[in-house]
Design a protein around this ligand. Structure first.
Ligand SMILES: [Zn+2]
Length: 339
C-alpha cells in the first residue's frame, strides 16, 4: 500500500539537508541584494533540472483524478486560477497595472499581501481591488522565512495572521517561500491554503503534492477544526521561469497548461507584480517584460476560449468544499502525499 497520508514535510524545517540549506539561506538573505539572491539560487539550477527531468515541469503522476471527482462547473474542461504574492513596495506599485491587464483579458485573480513585512498594510489598494472583483489574501506574516521556526512561536504568529484574515475579510493564505507545516495551519481561520505545488523542485521544501486537483486537509487526531482546502499551484512561478531559469518565452507555461487542460485539472499560477517590468520590456536580474504575461494570456484566450472556469481562488475552494465534502462517503480518496 502506498502511503497516501499528508506529510507536512516537517523534516525539511527541522532536519534534512534542505532544511539546513534553507535556514542558512534565510539568515543571510536579508543582507543580499535582490539580483544577487537570484544569482545564488541559480548556481543549483543545472543539477536540479537534471535530477527532476522526469517530474518537472510535468509530473505525469499528478494527473490522476480523485475517485469522487464530479468535474468542473458548467462542464468546463479545466479551471484556471490566478494568484499574486506582493513581496515589496515595487510590487505594490505594479498591482493596479497588473489588475487592469487581467481585467482587459477577462480574468480575475487574488492578490496576497504581507501583513507586517516590507510595506504598510495597503488599505486603499485593497479596497480598490475589492471594488473591481479581485480577492485579497494573506501572504505569510513577516515573510522572513521564520514562520514555522517552532510550534510555540507559530501559535503567536497564528493569532497575528487570524487578525489580518478578519480585518481583510480574507479566507486564503500562502506562506512565504512556500514553506509549510500543513498540520499547524489548523490554527488559522482558513478556507484554503495555497503554499503547495504539484511539482516545484526549486523551492526550499521541494516536496510536491503530486496532484493538479484540489484536496482536503483534515485535522490530525486530537486537533480541533473544520479542516481546509489545499490548492496547489500547478504552473511554475513567474520568478522561477524568468528570473531563475531565464526563459525568454512563456513556452513552458503553455506546454504545462495544455497538459493540465488535457487532464481536466486546475491550472493555478502565482505571478509576482514585483518582477513584472511594465516599461522597459527587458529581462534583467530582477524583472521580466510584461509582454511574456500578455503573450500567455492571449494564448489562453485564443486556444481555450470557452473551455475554462476562471473563479477567484476562494470561490473555487468554497465550491470544492461544498461539492466534494471531506466527510462524504464517496470522499474516501486517499489524500495526495507530500513527497
Ligand atoms: Zn512571498
Amino acid at each position: 500500500m502506498p502511503d497516501h497520508t499528508i506529510h507536512p514535510v516537517s523534516h525539511a524545517m527541522t532536519g534534512g539537508s534542505h532544511g539546513l540549506l534553507a535556514r542558512a539561506y534565510y539568515h543571510v538573505k536579508p543582507y543580499l541584494p535582490l539580483g544577487l539572491r537570484w544569482a545564488v539560487r541559480r548556481i543549483r539550477i543545472p543539477s536540479i533540472l537534471r535530477r527532476n527531468a522526469d517530474s518537472w515541469p510535468i509530473d505525469e503522476s499528478a494527473s490522476g483524478r480523485p475517485a469522487n471527482w464530479k468535474g468542473w462547473p458548467d462542464g468546463k474542461q479545466f479551471a484556471l486560477v490566478f494568484t499574486h504574492d506582493v513581496e515589496s513596495a515595487a510590487g505594490l506599485h505594479n498591482v493596479r497595472k497588473l489588475a487592469e491587464l487581467e481585467t482587459h483579458h477577462g480574468f480575475r485573480s487574488s492578490f496576497n499581501f504581507i501583513p507586517e513585512g516590507p510595506y504598510e498594510d495597503p488599505a486603499e489598494l485593497r479596497a480598490w481591488l475589492e471594488d473591481r472583483g479581485f480577492e485579497i489574501g494573506v501572504h505569510d506574516l513577516h515573510h522572513d522565512g521564520h514562520l514555522y521556526e517552532s510550534k510555540e512561536s507559530f501559535g503567536l504568529k497564528a493569532e497575528g495572521i487570524n487578525h489580518y484574515l478578519r480585518k481583510w475579510r480574507a479566507v486564503g493564505f500562502r506562506s512565504g517561500f512556500m514553506l509549510r507545516q500543513l498540520d499547524w495551519l489548523h490554527d488559522l481561520n482558513l478556507l484554503y491554503d495555497t503554499s503547495t505545488f504539484d511539482t516545484d523542485p526549486f523551492e526550499p521544501q521541494p516536496e510536491g503534492s503530486h496532484t493538479i486537483f484540489p484536496f482536503h486537509i483534515q485535522p490530525p487526531a486530537g486537533v480541533e477544526g473544520p479542516g481546509y482546502v489545499e490548492l496547489s499551484y500547478t504552473l511554475p512561478q513567474d520568478s522561477t521561469l524568468f528570473l531563475l531559469l531565464r526563459e525568454k518565452t512563456p513556452a513552458i507555461w503553455q506546454r504545462k497548461l495544455d497538459w493540465i487542460a488535457r487532464n481536466g485539472g486546475l491550472a493555478l499560477i502565482n505571478i509576482h507584480p514585483d518582477y513584472v517590468d511594465f516599461g522597459n520590456q527587458r529581462i534583467s536580474n530582477k524583472t521580466y517584460p510584461v509582454t511574456l504575461l500578455t503573450e500567455f494570456m492571449e494564448y489562453i484566450r485564443s486556444h481555450y476560449a470557452d473551455a475554462y472556469w476562471n473563479p477567484l481562488a476562494k470561490d473555487l475552494a468554497f465550491w470544492y468544499r461544498n461539492r466534494h465534502p471531506a466527510n462524504a462517503p464517496a470522499a474516501n480518496t486517499p489524500a495526495p502525499r507530500m513527497s
